[in-house]
Design a protein around this ligand. Structure first.
Ligand code: MRU
Length: 345
């Protein structure tokens, strides 16, 4: 059975609780927009495309609740996480059909279908890049859990495997919340794709000693010039890959591209609870008096990106602006802008 991060049935949104994986499979049933907002905030559902789809269904639930006007429902969901552009695209897609008096569930279903289809096409477009890359490094989880189905970074790996490629995946553990060792490893193990989990600070060693043929990551928001935000630690991997001549690919659907933003300098970087750094699995690691900082994302300059893998094919950073003018979504209510530092919610 392919992994599915969420589904809508009988008036409720069902989420595979990503906090419980890999040790337990827990499904949450949500019927109110407030519950969807909380699920996004707590990373019950996570990954840019998946939170966009969850938020689209959150708007459907708000419509059924009958308590909120479309803008108020959108505001509840917009206040959850600031970085992923997909979140704002998902909300706006359903808000617009609500305002127009259209069928909001049909709008959310169509949005979900579009994301799944785009991810599959990302897999087809990216698989040939892995023809000479036996050992791929990935960061965080940009798999089916993060996108509903297929994944972004994991989609080319899945398609290349289907075509008979023998791939091996280095999985960054991805502190503080371990999306790599918990979630990416879970997805790869289910499909018997060979992998090894490595500590985040081991990636440089493997890149510098010729044991990585390509780096493949997802993104939370991509600016017009190709600067992009992704899980904290991505920037370091990109710099070290560049230093060692290892190709660095970023895979994303068009809902991740913020065409109105000229560069990455004002992408808001979410700052999360310091306890996520000070604790591991609920157990305190640092002395009780410790302070911590916890930026959830960093911004990588476009000059470190070899190419973007999109549903329309592989695009070099210098060709991005042209593709965006045709494909990237424009929002009636703009996505948040940041200061270039970290933003507390
Ligand atoms: O905080 P998370 O787990 O939502 O962060 C997710 C990532 O950084 C992913 O790499 C990104 O959303 C791309 S998912 C296809």
């Amino acid at each position: 059975m392919p992994v599915r991060a969420l589904w809508f049935r009988g008036g409720a949104l069902y989420l595979l609780d990503q906090r419980a994986l890999p040790s337990r499979t827990v499904v949450r049933r949500l019927t109110r927009v407030e519950q969807v907002a909380e699920a996004i905030r707590t990373l019950t559902v996570r990954g840019a495309p998946a939170i966009g789809v969850a938020a689209a269904y959150g708007m459907v639930l708000a419509h059924r609740q009958g308590r909120y006007r479309p803008d108020r429902a959108a505001a509840i969901l917009r206040a959850t996480r600031p970085t992923a552009y997909d979140l704002f695209v998902g909300i706006e897609t359903v808000r617009a059909s609500w305002v127009a008096g259209e069928d909001v569930l049909a709008a959310a279903d169509a949005y979900r279908g579009k994301i799944v289809e785009e991810c599959h096409r990302i897999g087809t477009a990216g698989a040939p890049l892995l023809a000479d890359a036996e050992r791929v490094l990935t960061h965080c989880n940009a798999g089916a859990l993060a996108t509903v189905e297929w994944g972004t970074a994991l989609a080319p790996i899945r398609v290349a495997r289907e075509r008979g490629a023998h791939l091996f995946v280095w999985v960054d553990e991805t502190r503080p919340l371990l999306q790599g060792s918990r979630l990416t490893a879970w997805e790869l193990a289910r499909e018997r794709i060979p992998y090894a989990v490595i500590a985040d600070n081991a990636a440089g060693h493997y890149l510098a000693t010729g044991q990585v043929d390509a780096v493949l990551v997802g993104a939370d928001r991509i600016a017009r010039n190709g600067d992009f935000a992704n899980k904290i630690g991505t920037y370091e991997k990109a710099v070290v890959a560049h230093e060692n001549g290892v190709p660095f690919y970023v895979a994303a659907p068009w809902s991740t591209f913020d065409a109105a933003r000229p560069d990455g300098g004002t992408i808001p970087v979410e700052e999360r609870d310091p306890d996520e750094v000070l604790e591991l699995g609920g157990r305190r690691l640092a002395p009780v008096s410790s302070r911590a900082r916890n930026p959830a994302f960093d911004v990588t300059p476009a000059r470190f990106v070899t190419a973007f893998i999109t549903s329309d094919g592989v695009v070099r950073p210098d060709g991005l602006a042209r593709s965006l003018s045709r494909r990237a979504p424009r929002l009636a209510q703009p996505a948040p802008t940041g200061t270039g530092r970290t933003e507390r919610l």
